[in-house]
Write a protein that binds this ligand. Structure first.
Ligand SMILES: *[C@@H]1O[C@H](CO)[C@@H](O)[C@H](O)[C@H]1NC(C)=O
Ligand SMILES: *[C@@H]1O[C@H](CO)[C@@H](O)[C@H](O)[C@H]1NC(C)=O
Length: 417
């Protein structure tokens, strides 16, 4: 990347404020956001930002470039909500006292544009020095009404994590008392390391990498309660979780994965929830601990798609219809998607970008529910534009073009900016 280009990225942050609406009427059962007056709800997913990497792999330069990516994309694609889908910070290297400062840097492009956001946390956010509960509190303290990150499931930090919650999205019409039109679910797949704990040998204590049974129990209870409050009115939903479920791995290694029907980058052997390894970190296998979560997702009527990050070299979507080698094999045709690696911290050299998701309010009311989604790249191009509808997985799309971002200068990266 040329110096002029870098400067351009760093200074492009003066975009128009997006149209924002959220419900504040006294009749709301629960605070939420609202479909825009154009009948759309648009989400930009920033994942794997990996702020706070050590200087020898980019450090502050990487963070500045990441802020440039966020600014560029928010100006081109002003959304109704940003989802920070895990690994906001590479927290292994960050001092406890410095975590707030990174959160402030990450949310600044959102605050300055008045864009609400909601986070899920990733395995790199949970470290010996960083608590995701502290991160959530900081988001709320600096974001006020813009920060939708919550903790709705109480329990041991190492079991339930932090970012388990939902955000209701209300209809654009209906004045001060609109109908509940959609739900966004957020789950904490944990992983990483226990906060301020060491084992008897003085080593960090690993945390399991799957959505806990207590969280699944809460999800099941909430779904039932919401269904009772809305008889004969199914509520369509989307879900976000940093580490993907095992069904994505079985699909990737099965006969149906195809660059024409699942367009996107497919360079990582998927790391998924529920992986156990031997003491040396070798001989890893699937321990099936994400099975209760997968069963609950598959049993969620009207769940349209689940979005994950974690695997920086994958950014396709699949239909979870019938996959042998997974439990359950049939995911009720839920779409499972990866996003694009947004941060300059973390591995992979593909052009940075962010998945955009648009839900058309009208499509939710008919039987033909569909979600439109694409990757917006930092160079302004679009990659992998697809429609997640009934025939997704059979529809054919043009192949995704491979482009890469210029490496960060510095030790271990070799090349000058
Ligand atoms: C914390 O931030 C301060 C100020 O930026 C910096 O000088 C210090 O090195 C950081 N500490 C660690 C351990 O990264
Ligand atoms: C799904 O979307 C694709 C792309 O727009 C389209 O070609 C296909 O006909 C749609 N399928 C249905 C059932 O509408």
């Amino acid at each position: 990347m040329k110096r002029e280009h870098l400067l351009w990225l760093l200074t492009t942050n003066a975009g128009a404020a997006p149209l924002l609406q959220w419900g504040q009427g006294s009749n709301f059962h629960f605070a939420g956001l609202r479909f825009g007056m154009d009948g759309n709800f648009k989400i930009s997913v920033f994942e794997d930002l990996h702020f706070g990497e050590p200087a020898d792999v980019g450090g502050p330069i990487a963070d500045l470039r990441t802020i440039g990516v966020m600014n560029t994309i928010l100006d081109v694609e002003p959304p109704n909500l940003v989802v920070l889908n895990g690994d906001l910070i590479t927290c292994e290297n960050v001092a406890t006292a410095n975590v707030s400062d990174y959160i402030d840097q990450i949310v600044e492009p959102l605050k300055s544009r008045n864009i609400p956001w909601a986070s899920t946390y990733g395995n790199h956010d949970m470290s010996k020095t960083c608590s995701t509960r502290v991160m959530a509190e900081r988001e709320q303290a600096v974001g006020g009404k813009l920060a939708w990150t919550k903790m709705m499931v109480d329990g041991e930090y190492n079991e339930v994590g932090t970012s388990n919650y939902y955000v209701p999205i209300y209809a654009s019409s209906g004045g001060g008392n609109p109908r509940l039109a959609m739900l966004l679910w957020f789950f904490d797949s944990k992983g990483g390391r226990a906060y301020q704990q060491t084992d008897p040998d003085g080593e960090d204590v690993p945390v399991a990498d799957y959505v806990d049974q207590k969280v699944v129990d809460w999800f099941n209870l909430e779904k039932r309660a919401i269904a009772q409050q809305h008889p004969n009115q199914p509520i369509p939903s989307l879900a976000f979780v940093h580490i993907p479920i095992h069904a994505t791995w079985t699909f990737q290694h099965g006969p149906n994965m195809n660059s024409a029907t699942e367009p996107g980058i497919n360079e990582d052997n998927i790391g998924h929830q529920g992986i156990s390894c031997d003491a040396l970190g070798k001989n890893c296998y699937w321990n099936k601990k994400d099975t209760p979560f997968m069963k609950s997702l598959a049993a969620t009527e009207d769940l349209m798609a689940v979005f994950s990050g974690h695997d920086h070299g994958d950014d396709w979507c699949m239909k979870w219809a019938s996959i042998s080698g997974n439990e359950p094999p049939n995911g009720n045709s839920i779409h499972l998607c990866f996003g694009r690696h947004t941060g300059y911290g973390g591995y992979s050299d593909w052009t940075r970008g962010a998945r955009q998701i648009v839900v058309h309010e009208d499509s939710l009311r008919g039987g033909e529910r569909e979600v439109e989604t694409w990757i917006r790249l930092e160079d302004g191009k679009i990659s992998g534009h697809v429609v997640l509808n009934e025939t997704y997985g059979m529809d054919r799309y043009p192949p995704v073009e491979k482009t890469t971002s210029a490496p960060i200068s510095g030790e271990g990266k070799g090349q000058a900016v």
